[in-house]
Design a protein around this ligand. Structure first.
Ligand code: ZN
Length: 407
């Protein structure tokens, strides 16, 4: 059946059903067309609320730009009246009400405070926020946006406020960032990583709508803070989630974003950074910081593996020092260590290596104030070798597949 015929058929059914529901102005969920093939609607009405949910993509290639993210006619399930023209919508529009458009389901729509252009020719509904923009400007920037805002789509869209309204499944925050990116030359700025929430919005939107250069730029801007080589890691000043500036994001949220978008080169270090706050941090329920079962298991496993490994190392170093005579006498601050002081020093070395009280076990240590220079240097070197080896093993420790460096 041709699309036009299908659509006419549906329109006819809508008219019939609308005559039954004029009392409330609502279109019942049952009026959602069930027989339109997926190739036309993208999603079928009964399952549109599940479209955003996918199996957890641990390090699989990220899917760039899904074709099933919007549906020009079927409203979001949770707000079944919003994209259907109702008598009440028209009334509000004619009264010239700008804000507080009432939906039949009790949901209130608000115009976006910046991107509601009175002379725009299409409305985009994201959640309960309405944008009004120019299709020409948006379509010019992205072929994917051009496709979803094609003339045929707009022709079939409801017009509750005098121009076609299309429901997107993006959040209003994400979509506003997308519009800012399209309308602001030089945003996002090269060499300046945006704060995390904006970064996340940009990455999601650039990926979904095919702004490959922006996506590449964003990922490239992370390379300094998420190096893949030990030497680079040692010389970097801004590490991990610090790159997003203030407010500092939760390391779990960063890990989630990298996993979701397949930014593989950064995942081993992001996973390691997530372990630095310990178990309570890994189990965080902060918005965006909740880890799914698989990454949670991987990070807990990795954290325990590193901790027990450094504990073994510290134990063997301390045992070795306790039985070995130091020719330098371990003179510290002019005093030759007594056995009691020596034991105290060894305990300090042990505590420093296992980072008692928490901390980054991959950061360098100095034992110069505890034992003599010779002993300190030898043990610092032992620790450095362990750090380098552990760093190189991070992908394996956190279960990241081979090829993780290529993103
Ligand atoms: Zn010594």
């Amino acid at each position: 059946m041709e699309f036009r015929e299908l659509h006419d058929k549906w329109l006819q059914r809508r008219k019939e059903e609308k005559s039954d529901t004029t009392a409330t102005g609502d279109i019942p969920a049952a009026s959602v067309p069930q027989d339109l093939p997926d190739t036309i609607t993208g999603i079928d009405g009964s399952s549109s609320a599940l479209q955003g949910i996918k199996p957890f993509p641990l390090l699989r290639g990220v899917e760039v730009a899904s074709d099933t993210f919007f549906n020009p006619r079927v409203p979001i399930i949770s707000s079944p009246t919003l994209s259907i023209s109702t008598a009440s919508d028209f009334t509000l529009t004619e009264l010239g009400e700008d804000i507080g458009e009432g939906g039949g389901g009790g949901q209130t729509l608000a115009h976006h405070d910046i991107f509601y252009l009175e002379d725009g020719n299409v409305e985009i509904l994201c959640g309960d926020t309405v944008f009004r923009i120019h299709t020409s400007i948006v379509s010019f920037s992205s072929s994917r946006l051009r496709d979803v805002l094609s003339p045929s789509t707009l022709l079939n869209a409801p017009m509750p406020a005098g121009c076609p309204r299309v429901a997107f499944d993006d959040s209003a925050e994400d979509f506003a960032v997308l519009l800012k990116m399209i309308s602001t030359p030089g945003f996002p700025t090269w060499y300046k990583v945006p704060e995390f929430t904006v970064f996340g919005s940009l990455l999601r939107m650039a990926t979904k709508y095919g702004f490959t250069d922006v996506r590449d730029q964003l990922i490239c801007s992370l390379e300094g803070a998420y190096p893949t080589k030990w030497e680079a890691y040692q010389s970097t000043n801004i590490v991990g989630e610090e790159v997003f500036g203030s407010p500092r994001p939760h390391p779990n949220a960063v890990l989630n974003l990298f996993l979701e978008h397949g930014i593989r080169f950064a995942i081993p270090l992001a996973a390691y950074r997530a372990t630095l706050g310990g178990l309570s941090s890994l189990l965080s329920n902060e918005p965006g910081a909740t880890l799914s079962r698989l990454p949670l298991a991987s990070t807990i496993y990795g954290m325990e593996a590193i901790r027990s490994d450094v504990s073994r190392l510290a134990h063997s170093v301390v045992c070795d020092m306790s039985v070995r005579e130091c020719r330098g006498g371990c003179v510290v601050d002019g005093d030759v260590n007594s056995p009691a002081r020596k034991m105290k020093g060894l305990n300090r070395i042990y505590d420093a290596m296992v980072k008692v009280g928490g901390g980054d076990v991959l950061s360098p240590l100095e034992f110069g104030g505890i034992v003599c220079a010779d002993c300190a240097e030898a043990r610092e070197e032992t620790y450095r070798v362990w750090c380098k080896r552990t760093w190189e093993n991070l992908p394996r420790i956190f279960g990241v597949e081979e090829g993780w460096e290529e993103s």
